[in-house]
Write a protein that binds this ligand. Structure first.
Ligand code: FES
Length: 176
């Protein structure tokens, strides 16, 4: 079933535009496109962590590139979201070393505990579970990313604690 999402309010504040222009200034004028990834991060962070078509079009306009060039990048990388996501996104690494250390059982455990399937936010919009490719912390398997941080050597007890901390709003998601 196709899902529809609320319309995203686009708010390119003065502070956001200053930050974007600062990022663009790192590159030659005819290479503005090189700033695309960091600009998308800034814009997404300022818009409840997702990028609607309208917002991607806005980014294309700012960088003087075609909208398709933005869509291609956003649809390639899992760190960009094309729909509203759960506030607490549990991104489990699903590559071999994490799989061999039980990450799939932990994902099942988390989904069951939250009453969701992978890729579906909880009805209150708080949680979501996603599988991603190797996050480069294979020595700490099984692991996941939550916000800007890695949660390593995961166990069911650690998952329980993380969910509890999220519910109590005592978890730090961002390092800035
Ligand atoms: S395999 Fe999981 S972090 Fe590399």
């Amino acid at each position: 079933m196709e899902r529809t999402y609320h319309k995203q309010e686009i708010n390119m504040t003065e502070a956001l535009m200053l930050r974007i222009n600062e990022l663009i200034s790192h590159y030659p004028e005819d290479k503005r496109k090189s700033a695309l990834l960091p600009v998308l991060h800034e814009v997404q962070d300022a818009h409840e962590n997702w990028l609607s078509i309208e917002l991607m079009n806005k980014v294309a306009e700012i960088l003087l590139i075609k909208p398709i060039e933005v869509y291609e990048v956003v649809s390639f990388y899992t760190m960009y979201n094309q729909r509203p996501i759960g506030k607490y996104m549990f991104e489990f690494c699903q590559t071999s070393p994490c799989c061999l250390n039980g990450v799939e059982d932990l994902m099942d455990y988390t989904c069951e505990k939250l009453g969701v399937k992978v890729g579906e936010p909880t009805p209150d919009g708080l949680f979501e579970v996603r599988g991603v490719e190797c996050l480069g912390a294979c020595g700490y398997a099984p692991m996941m990313q939550l916000g800007d941080f890695y949660k390593e050597h995961l166990t069911a007890a650690k998952i329980d604690q993380l969910i509890e901390d999220c519910k109590n709003d005592t978890i730090i998601l961002h390092d800035k």
